[in-house]
Design a protein. Structure first.
Length: 209
């Protein structure tokens, strides 16, 4: 069984038997490295690994080579676009947005296609179903992270939610606590008592504040 990281040229070289002993200059190995270089990427996919059959690496979104991710993506119905990063593509393969259209987590993952972080900050997405209203999500992104709000809204309407879904999306500038007006929470202590953690607070709709 071939192990991960095995060089195809070395396997050819080892199979030459007594000829290896005569290759004191290493020229034969160099020749085989050049000869096998075009085949190495395919060999990396087809060789069996410990606990994994040949080709199975293509079906593992964590181990699949970046260049082969579009192949894996098509198996779960993902439309690959130029704006998608490697990390985004791996995330969507794990949580196929095409199979889970309209589901909250798929909306969150799919939205990040069109977002760009500022410096090292994390991408900020609010996506939660409206209740008790069926068929509607409250969706917000930060304007500073949304280069093209119209493109993001189109993605939500045409790719991430079903046709009957009523989309409530907006790219917002965000507010500080001091800028909030009419809030039912007068202090930070009141906010801390009302929300379990920051994730719940970040996902709150304006009416909740």
């Amino acid at each position: 069984m071939s192990e991960a990281g095995t060089d195809l040229a070395e396997l050819f070289y080892e199979g030459l038997g007594f000829h290896v002993e005569d290759d004191t200059s290493g020229d034969l190995l160099k020749y085989l490295q050049g000869l096998s270089a075009p085949l190495q990427p395919t060999f990396d996919l087809v060789r069996p690994r410990a606990g994994m059959a040949g080709w199975a690496i293509l079906l593992d979104p964590d181990l699949c080579p970046a260049w082969a991710l579009p192949f894996s993506a098509q198996l779960v119905g993902i439309e690959v676009t130029p704006e998608m990063s490697e990390a985004q593509l791996r995330a969507e393969i794990k949580q196929p947005t095409g199979w889970r259209r309209g589901q909250t987590e798929s909306i969150r993952i799919g939205l990040k296609r069109t977002l760009k972080p500022v410096a090292e900050e994390e991408l900020f997405v609010i996506a939660r179903p409206r209740t008790p209203e069926p068929g509607r999500h409250f969706i917000r992104t930060l304007l500073t992270q949304t280069p093209d709000p119209e493109r993001t809204e189109w993605l939500v309407e045409h790719k991430l939610t079903p046709a009957w879904e009523r989309v409530d999306y907006e790219a917002i500038s965000g507010e500080t606590f001091d800028e909030m007006t009419g809030s039912k929470y007068a202090t930070f202590a009141a906010i801390a008592a009302a929300f379990a953690d920051f994730e719940h607070l970040a996902g709150a709709a304006p009416a909740d504040l």
